[in-house]
Design a protein around this ligand. Structure first.
Ligand SMILES: C[S@@+](CC[C@H](N)C(=O)[O-])C[C@H]1O[C@@H](n2cnc3c(N)ncnc32)[C@H](O)[C@@H]1O
Length: 324
């Protein structure tokens, strides 16, 4: 009987645990350098992510962190760097061999980092589609380069699971490939390419819609960068496919009546002669002081057609302090 793509995925990551494959998924994104943090060589070789989910501003006030799809444990170590408490970080993975290697890597990390103890991270066997985690118990839930593998219904389930376990206002931090071109069906259906994070990517707008459809009221696009090319000589495609990788944070905020607030890095600058510009909807812009806008507010301000208001395009870089 033919394997389904989830079984193929487990096999591929069993193999990637037993024989580390440098560059399996990762981009050239520099690895976080933090004072007193030393990442073991094997963990670096097993960096199977496509961006970073560790952002210091998510990690104030001793958050309970959940990380799904542990890989070699590098991001778990980085989260533990900030939380430094027994069981402060929980890692879930469906592949026994990956959990085993990850825990061995933590032993190496202990030798290289006097502040680190393996007990800071609680490793649990479990599936992203049925998380063995209580409802409303997590402050920051992260996944890096796993959810893009899932097909539509499984992705929906994985996002619903993250939503379920997060506390109100908790944060889901994701890093995944996205692709604005239509991925050919043969590539989408190729279990191996999907598992290797090469052919499951959605256009960013669709990816964000899946996130907001499960209830996240605020979404921030924090970074977007080139990831891979699938070319007609090596893959079953007529055109060159350009894949990017994104870092997105979704907040379990209540859904606003007029739809989610999605920040894609748009900014307004008022440059008129008045003391300020006030849209009477809660947005006051002082002259020449940029204000980050969600796409909804940007569209509403654009629709005013004012000559003294500049509204930027999406920069795909948003780091807080916005309009809503
Ligand atoms: C592409 S790797 C990413 C690893 C890690 N996040 C990183 O950035 O290095 C995918 C990870 O997800 C795990 N995985 C695969 N299917 C899973 C599932 N259904 N539930 C939980 N983990 C899964 C794999 O064992 C592997 O550790």
């Amino acid at each position: 009987m033919q394997q389904n793509y989830l079984e193929t995925t487990r096999d591929i990551y069993k193999e990637a645990a037993e024989n580390p494959q440098v560059g399996l998924c990762c981009t050239t994104t520099p690895v976080w350098q933090l004072p007193g943090l030393s990442i073991p060589k094997k963990m670096l070789e097993m960096n199977y992510g496509c961006g970073s989910t560790v952002h210091s501003r998510d990690l104030v006030n001793n958050p309970k962190v959940l990380y799904v799809g542990v890989g070699g444990g590098m991001e778990l170590l980085q989260f533990a760097y900030f939380s430094r408490q027994t069981g402060g970080v929980t890692g879930v993975d469906v592949v026994d061999e990956m959990l085993q290697v990850c825990s061995e890597n933590f032993k190496d990390a202990e030798k290289q980092n006097p502040w680190f103890r393996s007990e800071f991270v609680n490793l649990i066997k479990g599936d992203a589609l049925h998380l063995p985690i209580a409802d409303n118990s997590i402050d920051v839930a992260a996944q890096n380069c796993l959810f893009n593998i899932f097909k539509h219904e499984d992705l929906k389930k994985a996002l619903q699971e993250m939503y379920r376990v997060l506390k109100p206002h908790g944060r889901l931090v994701l890093s995944d490939p996205t692709c604005e071109q239509e991925m050919p069906k043969t590539l989408k259906e190729d279990s191996r390419l999907r598992a290797l994070c090469l052919s499951g990517s959605l256009p960013l707008k669709e990816y964000i819609k899946m996130i907001t459809d499960v209830g996240f009221g605020t979404v921030e696009v924090r970074a977007k960068r080139p990831y891979r090319i699938l070319d007609p000589l090596q893959y079953d495609t007529d055109t060159l496919l350009f894949i990017e990788s994104v870092e997105v944070c979704a907040l379990k905020d209540p859904m606003p009546a007029d739809g989610p607030c999605v920040f894609t890095g748009k900014t307004a600058i008022y440059f008129g002669g008045g003391d300020n510009f006030n849209d009477e909807k809660g947005h006051v812009l002082l002259p020449n002081q940029p204000l980050a806008l969600c796409d909804k507010t940007a569209a509403a301000l654009n629709a005013l057609g004012r000559a003294d208001l500049f509204i930027s395009e999406s920069t795909w870089f948003y780091d807080g302090g916005g309009c809503c």
